[in-house]
Design a protein around this ligand. Structure first.
Ligand code: PEP
Length: 251
């Protein structure tokens, strides 16, 4: 059985003080609602990770980073290494987010290197994949997602693959208020699991959690989570307000 997995991607929002406040509000909610059986992840900006890791000691809230270098150390101005993340109690790292791909030119080859490096250091990658509106309208969404998964997971061992999470995030649904219909999201997630089965076999493919991301809000989480194959959500905008994020956790 895969435990539902709700992650908040705070993007470039929240100073360290604001991050502590938001993290505490989520922490309090979880402490007051101990029966909630959901894995919760928050991904503040790099500059807040240390402060949040010192304040929040609740094992029910894991800490994630929004990106990572595939290098460990050296003359790489502005980059953050997996070793630095680990020391701040970071357990997960979002890789291949569409904003990194589209705005910062990240390619599948680089994402593949990052996933390998994260796994080498026991950081759990959340690999984001998804099609543009143009690709969906021309019926090429599955082709695109298959290409991303195949290239991003190239030469990644079966033994390590089950610690990866995939986030299916159609680019046209991110931050736009447009959500994929729950049927379309479920259909794509089923397809992703079939690709994982081809690569890693049934056992591993059944262990990998696949989230949906793209304008997830308190009003649509329930319908999405009721679908057979959706294991959780990667939430952007609605993870910035504790009221909304807590309602999503408590779907
Ligand atoms: C995201 O950033 O991964 C995301 C899905 O954002 P939003 O929920 O705001 O669409």
């Amino acid at each position: 059985m895969r435990i539902p997995f709700i992650a908040g991607n705070w993007k470039m929002h929240k100073t360290p003080e604001e991050s502590i406040k938001l993290a505490k509000e989520i922490d309090d909610f979880l402490k007051n609602n101990e029966d909630i059986e959901v894995d919760v992840l928050i991904c503040p900006p790099f500059t807040s990770l240390y402060a949040v890791s010192k304040e929040i000691k609740n094992p029910k809230i894991q800490l994630g980073a929004q990106n990572m270098s595939y290098e460990e150390e050296g003359a790489f101005t502005g980059e953050i290494s997996p070793l630095m993340l680990k020391e701040m109690n970071v357990k997960y790292v979002i890789l291949g987010h569409s904003e990194r791909r589209q705005l910062f030119g990240e390619k599948d080859e680089e994402i593949n290197k990052k996933i390998k490096k994260a796994l080498e250091h026991d950081l759990k990658p959340i690999l984001c994949v998804g099609e543009t509106l143009e690709e969906r309208e021309s019926g090429k969404e599955k082709e695109k997602v298959k290409k991303q998964i195949t290239e991003d997971l190239k030469d990644i061992d079966k033994e390590k693959a089950s610690s990866i999470t995939i986030a299916y995030e159609p680019i046209w649904a991110i931050g736009t208020g447009k959500t994929a219909s729950s049927n379309d999201a479920n259909d794509m997630i089923k397809y992703i699991r079939s690709i994982l089965k081809e690569i890693y076999g049934m056992d591993v493919s059944e262990k990998i959690r696949i989230q949906y991301g793209g304008s997830v809000k308190p009003h649509n989480i329930n319908e999405l989570m009721n679908k057979s194959d959706i294991d959780g959500a990667l939430v952007g905008g609605a993870s910035l307000k504790s009221k909304d994020f807590n309602e999503i956790i408590d779907f």
